[in-house]
Design a protein around this ligand. Structure first.
Ligand code: AMP
Ligand code: MN
Ligand code: MN
Ligand code: MN
Length: 290
């Protein structure tokens, strides 16, 4: 008979800290996760691994298992797709060079967003977002928080609807990383590439399956079947796609902090029947026989 060291652990493989657009520092995040029944979690900040050292130290103190991760912004045709790298080695040069290039685009985009909002009568948005980001990378989330704080909109939802989503005055399009390059960096860093929140993209079923095909072809291994931003129906549909394409299933809340509307840590449902959990890979490494 075989027992598994991590078999009874609950996983959350998608969270953010102040290293990107979360509101908890890595230490505060670990403390928050430790207060739930989640036993292992991944820190997956947008386009940076700068929160991982602090998170790893805190995780050790709190007896939590931390999976080092990242959420990479990718351009695929006219769409922006998020690819998670799980169980990566942050010291990988190629990964870091790739992330640095994305952050350069991010900085340019943030200034451009500021200019466009200025033209719409919103002064000081770039500076405001920069201050809210604490000198770390600037995302649309920071602009959204600025717009809420200054009273231009009533909440984040309205900030995105009115100013920040594609087609709105503050939206700046451009080229993020390529899908193939991204998967290569993740693989070179010893990690597993996972498509984040697949049901959230405005893709038809045909287009989504085209993405999944190309993703598998390029060395991608996982699909975030259960996401804090999915409906139950989404979770089951994505579970089906994972099985069809032979992808491991992942789950993550996409937690950004207490004021985010999406699921809190520890609130996710289990993976749908028939899905192969992505943590099987890691549990195997730590499995014990009896
Ligand atoms: P960026 O990577 O800078 O384009 O910002 C994307 C981030 O904005 C996502 O990771 C979410 O955290 C956030 N976001 C996107 N859409 C919304 C929305 N409708 N409401 C709140 N936050 C959103
Ligand atoms: Mn985010
Ligand atoms: Mn995302
Ligand atoms: Mn995310």
């Amino acid at each position: 008979m075989r027992y598994n060291a991590y078999m009874s652990i609950k996983y959350d493989l998608h969270t953010h800290s102040t290293a990107s657009d979360g509101t908890f520092s890595p230490t505060e995040l670990v403390r928050h996760v430790a207060a739930t029944d989640v036993g292992a979690f991944a820190l997956t900040d947008h386009d940076t691994t700068s929160g991982i050292d602090e998170a790893a130290q805190s995780a050790q103190q709190f007896g939590m298992r931390l999976v080092p991760g990242v959420e990479i912004s990718v351009s695929w045709h006219s769409h922006v797709i998020h690819i998670l790298g799980l169980s990566i080695d942050p010291a990988c040069d190629n990964l870091q060079q790739g992330l640095a290039a994305i952050r350069r685009f991010r900085s340019w985009r943030a200034e451009e967003m500021g200019c466009r909002l200025e033209k719409k009568g919103i002064a000081g948005a770039f500076e405001g977002a920069r201050i809210l980001s604490n000198g770390r990378l600037i995302s649309r989330t920071h602009f959204g928080r600025f717009l809420v704080q200054k009273g231009y909109v009533k909440d984040m939802r309205e900030a995105f609807q009115k100013y920040l989503k594609p087609g709105k005055p503050g939206y700046v399009s451009g080229r993020w990383a390529e899908l193939e390059d991204t998967i290569t960096w993740i693989v070179q860093a010893g990690g597993l590439a996972v498509i984040a929140h697949p049901a959230r993209y405005p893709l038809t079923r045909t287009k989504l399956r085209q993405l999944l095909g190309e993703f598998v072809e390029a060395g991608g291994t996982g699909l975030e079947v259960v996401s804090g931003s999915h409906s139950h129906d989404d979770n089951f549909k994505m579970g089906r796609h994972a099985i069809d394409f032979g992808l491991f299933a992942s789950m993550g809340s996409d937690y950004h902090g207490p004021e985010n509307a999406w699921a809190d840590i520890g609130q996710l449902p289990a993976l749908p029947d028939g899905c192969e959990p992505i943590w099987r890979n890691w549990e195997r490494d730590h499995s014990i026989s009896a």
